[in-house]
Write a protein of this length. Structure first.
Lengths: 329, 76
């Protein structure tokens, strides 16, 4: 345990400060090249740099590479490679808008390092009831996990600071769960993700100076999914991001097909005081944000905080689940 | 505070734990034999089928809860 403390401190320091230090340069470089988008929820139609995925991937990868030097285990290498491939897929999608099926298919291939390096345990662990051995089914789960996590986090990236703040809360909760389960190395990997996203949140929070873009949001999701698999905490990881899963579930159950999020009708509109309210458009999808503003219009900042409250609640449920893993009925 | 959405998350959590229990109790011990080399394939196929049925039931349950929550929010 003691021998993990120094590498952990070095890795999370690199994770935090590389993103914290690099993001302003990325913002300036993007603004200089006019690679900006309109912030649709601002009255003044502010232009915001996008995508900021480069600083996120540098933070995650550099910290994990340092960690891999200390602990050369295939699990860490698998997350390094999977996250990098997912970043490339996201970057392609940022540069050129691909069809709805491109991302899920391309991200499925990103799970290859986990399978090829054998960085998984085919026993699926459930609280209270123990584990179930499903070797072939589990391989399919690994392939599906990365696209699902990537797209789930990407689909919640709709308001200032939400994606980075949400993944910060979820990955801190996941780290606590991994420490409870005494999976310390993977717990440190999860902390690297938590600190990278926390540093990015500083620039992404309301009012955003940068958007993560598909490259950033998918990188967050793929890293999170990879950690869930190598840590054998798939169920706990899913519980920690339940608000994002609900968002995808509501969206899919109302749209009933996989589409690129830019192709869909906006489920919200603005009031005179520029708060968000549900649209009267019948064909607009149902989303978590639409649920939150169904009762009364809320400001962008208020909605973000409501989502964070839901994330904290899910994180607590995930931690309770981790404690329940040690109990068998 | 969005109490109905917190309830929805809690319901999903309960459904995950119950669904996990069903997986461990029913799918885990499932084993077919007699088909020689095809046994692992048949076992996996049967497990996949049951898992799909469980997921289908899970999604139906969630849709019912979602509709109930929506009605509750719009009636408030």
């Amino acid at each position: 345990m003691e021998q993990l403390i120094i590498p952990a401190i070095i890795a999370i320091t690199i994770a935090f400060f590389s993103v914290y230090g690099l993001t302003p340069f990325v913002i300036r470089a993007l603004e200089k090249r006019n690679i900006t988008v309109v912030d649709a929820n601002k009255k003044e139609k502010t232009m915001v740099a996008r995508p900021g995925g480069l600083s996120i991937i540098v933070g995650i990868e550099s910290s994990l590479i340092i960690l891999y030097v200390f602990f050369p285990i295939s699990e860490i290498l698998a997350v390094i490679l999977t996250t990098f491939f997912a970043f490339v897929v996201g970057l392609i999608d940022d540069k050129k808008t691909m069809g709805g099926w491109f991302k899920p298919l391309a991200l499925a291939f990103c799970a290859a390092p986990i399978l090829l390096l054998g960085a998984y345990d085919s026993n699926l662990a459930f609280p209270l009831f123990g584990t179930v051995q499903i070797p072939l089914l589990y391989m399919a789960l690994v392939v599906f996990m990365i696209p699902i996590m990537g797209n789930t986090i990407n689909s919640i990236d709709v308001l200032n600071g939400v994606a980075s703040g949400f993944i910060t809360i979820a990955s801190f909760a996941l780290s606590i769960c991994l420490f409870i389960l005494q999976n310390y190395e993977v717990g440190i990997v999860s902390l690297c993700l938590a600190f990278s996203s926390l540093a990015f949140y500083k620039y992404h929070k309301f009012p955003s100076k940068v958007f993560p873009g598909d490259s950033g949001a998918i990188t967050f999701g793929a890293a999170y999914g990879g950690i869930a698999i190598i840590g054998g905490v798939e169920v706990i990881a899913a519980i920690a991001i339940l608000p994002a899963i609900i968002n995808s579930f509501l969206f899919l159950s109302s749209v009933k097909k996989i589409v690129e999020h830019r192709e869909i009708k906006n489920p919200t509109s603005h009031t005179d005081d520029w708060k968000l309210q549900t649209t009267s458009e019948n064909h607009a999808p149902i989303t978590l944000v639409r649920l939150l503003i169904a009762k009364k219009p809320l400001s962008e900042k208020q909605i973000g905080y409501e989502i964070f409250k839901l994330a904290i609640f899910s994180g607590i449920l995930a931690i309770i689940t981790a404690f329940m893993m040690g109990v068998t009925i | 505070m969005s109490i109905p959405i917190f309830s929805f998350i809690f319901a999903m959590w309960v459904l995950i734990i119950v669904g996990g229990g069903l997986m461990v109790v029913f799918i885990g011990p499932l084993s077919f034999s007699g088909a020689g080399d095809l046994d692992p394939l048949i076992n996996s196929g049967a497990k996949v089928l049951i898992a799909m049925i469980l997921i289908f039931i899970w999604v139906i349950a969630l849709l019912k809860i979602k509709n109930w929550i929506f009605r509750k929010i719009t009636n408030q």
